[in-house]
Ligand binder design. Structure first.
Ligand SMILES: [Zn+2]
Length: 179
């Protein structure tokens, strides 16, 4: 159940890798694209364009867009965590007004983040339009040692920025180990 690395941290690494690989692909293929478009009648120019250059360039653009999308999703996640854990805002309507997005977008966004395990232990209550954090924490929590022996060394999650509210071993928001 518990992984040492939180999904949001894994996603951040994947997003950065996608951006870097995408930029490398664009930087390496763009000069060839310009060269072959300029010199279309060079031998094998068309084959090189369609077999090698355009597909790699397209892949590069796709990866950069993807990396950017992931980066923005993580930024929104940390923003939601800050609003929920620090300012105690759990109403989706209020989250929407604080993030200048519409309610439908925030609902979908939170659902996706729960699905992607960014939020380890959260549930959306669509009848009251609220997000609940740590609903099942007492049953999920592993108590290998008594709570009193767990020193509180951090008050803010290094991974998602959530404020610490209890002695759980793992962050209620992203599931990473408190260190
Ligand atoms: Zn966290």
């Amino acid at each position: 159940m518990h992984t040492s690395k939180a999904a949001v941290a894994v996603s951040a690494t994947a997003g950065k890798a996608a951006t870097i690989i995408g930029i490398i692909l664009i930087v390496f293929t763009l000069p060839f694209l310009i060269f072959f478009i300029y010199d279309r009648h060079a031998e094998g120019a068309m084959a090189a364009l369609f077999v090698f250059i355009i597909p790699f360039l397209a892949l590069g653009v796709f990866l950069v867009i993807r990396g950017n999308k992931i980066k923005h999703r993580i930024k929104r996640f940390r923003n939601y965590v800050a609003l929920i854990s620090v300012r105690n805002i759990t109403s989706i309507n209020e989250l929407a007004s604080h993030t200048a997005k519409d309610v439908a977008f925030v609902t979908m966004d939170l659902q996706k983040m729960i699905g992607k395990k960014f939020f380890k232990n959260a549930a959306l209550d669509l009848s009251s339009n609220r997000i609940h954090i740590g609903a099942g924490s007492s049953s999920v929590q592993i108590n290998t040692m008594p709570n009193t022996s767990l020193p509180i060394t951090a008050y803010e999650c290094r991974n998602c920025g959530a404020r610490r509210a209890n002695n759980n071993q793992f962050c209620d928001y992203c599931g990473s180990l408190w260190v």
